[in-house]
Design a protein around this ligand. Structure first.
Ligand SMILES: Cc1ncc(COP(=O)(O)O)c(C=O)c1O
Length: 374
């Protein structure tokens, strides 16, 4: 039996192995392990690639989101519009600050926040909207921007899954007031452990975030804000500096894999909905997430597993239904129906860079076998 992993870093890491070791050796010899010029060099490269004025390397994507909201002074009494179909960290950062996540539905086509539903849930307490670019494609950035301008809201972009994605040829993370990135190993630019970044064009926000990253200190032992330890390690930055020049190539490989699925699985459109790259967008395919109809998702996943093909459900339970969110969030009496449907239907297939043609073909053959034996 063949085996197709959901994710494997060895095809892209093997080529860079010696450079990784050189980068680590340089940091070990330098004796500087936190922030410093290696992190600054990474921040400069990221700022350039994003077209953003200010970037700050931080400890994780979750911390990037928390730091972004702290820099915006989000606090108890504030409402933040947030999709209910996303990774937990998108909304937990809101609740951790004592503010209220207000659940907004998502669009089935791009999994992004549904501005029409946001329109029903915005109030005088709303301070910001969190736009998540889920699975590697931008949400409708134009619609989010018009909505935010109309209601005078900040936009916090959750770019954890979509580094390199574009909307109208503008980079994800450069549309909002502030963007949060993750370098969790499976992301488009995967690090070696946890890491993240915030990006903004607002000088005051950048300066405040810079202080908050080091316990809110404006000078050593002068704590102006109640910050935290959100610092990026130099080793992390050194290794990311090696990978960053290759990220566009990794994305091109993901795009080729998506195109293959598109061609090979088209005949199954009666049973499944394939994800699409929508007009004006450049999809980075961090995940290739299909929707499986007629309650067949779990059976398909088991069949794939029995045949050696790994897959995953991102996400089986929406955030409005999570136990810890029951007393701290609201959907304002309007359930997020599309999000709930997606949680029952989605299945992500292997798409990582370095996936071989043979593995792709085998995955498609196994998919077709499942549906033709019905
Ligand atoms: C949409 C989204 N937001 C936030 C995060 C949090 O990033 P991290 O794991 O680096 O803390 C993730 C990571 O999985 C994510 O997918």
């Amino acid at each position: 039996m063949r085996r197709v992993p959901l994710f494997d870093l060895s095809p892209i890491h093997d080529d860079l192995h010696d450079q990784f070791l050189d980068a680590c050796n340089a940091i070990i010899r330098s004796g500087n392990f936190i922030l410093g010029h290696t992190v600054e060099a990474f921040e400069r490269s990221m700022a350039q690639s994003l077209g953003c004025k200010f970037t700050l390397g931080v400890s994780s994507g979750s911390d990037a989101l928390l730091l972004a909201l702290m820099a915006l002074d989000v606090q108890k009494g504030d409402e933040i519009l947030c999709p209910s179909f996303t990774f937990f960290a998108t909304a937990s950062c809101v609740a951790r600050l004592g503010a209220t996540p207000v659940w907004v539905d998502v669009c089935a086509e791009d999994f992004g926040i549904d501005v029409e539903d946001a329109e029903r849930k915005v109030s005088s307490k709303t301070k910001a909207i969190i736009s998540v670019h889920l699975f590697g494609q931008c949400c409708d950035c134009q619609a989010v921007q018009s909505f935010a301008q109309k209601h005078k809201l900040w936009i916090v972009e959750d770019v954890a899954q979509a580094q390199g994605a574009q909307y109208n040829q503008r980079q994800a993370g450069s549309w909002g007031t502030i963007g949060a990135f993750s370098f969790f190993p499976t992301k488009n630019l995967g690090g070696f452990g946890d890491g993240g970044l915030v990006a903004t064009n607002d000088v005051d926000l950048a300066e405040k975030a810079r202080c908050l990253r080091v316990h809110g200190a404006t000078r050593k032992y002068e704590h102006t804000y109640l910050g935290g330890n959100f610092r990026m390690d130099s080793l992390q930055a050194a290794l990311l500096n090696v990978k960053l020049p290759h990220v566009n190539d990794y994305i091109r490989q993901r795009r080729r894999n998506a195109q293959f699925y598109q061609q090979q699985l088209g005949s199954l459109e009666h049973f499944i909905t394939l994800p699409k790259e929508l007009p004006h967008r450049y999809h980075t395919w961090n995940q290739y997430t299909i929707r499986v109809h007629q309650g067949q998702r779990n059976a398909l996943q088991s069949f794939l597993e029995e045949h050696g093909v790994e897959s995953a459900v991102y996400y089986p339970k929406t955030l409005d239904l999570q136990a810890c969110m029951q007393n701290v969030s609201t959907d304002k009496g309007i359930a997020t129906h599309v999000a709930h449907t997606l949680a029952n239907e989605v299945l992500s297939l292997p798409i990582f860079p370095g996936l071989t043609l043979e593995q792709l073909e085998y995955t498609c053959v196994t998919m077709r076998k499942f549906f033709t034996q019905q």
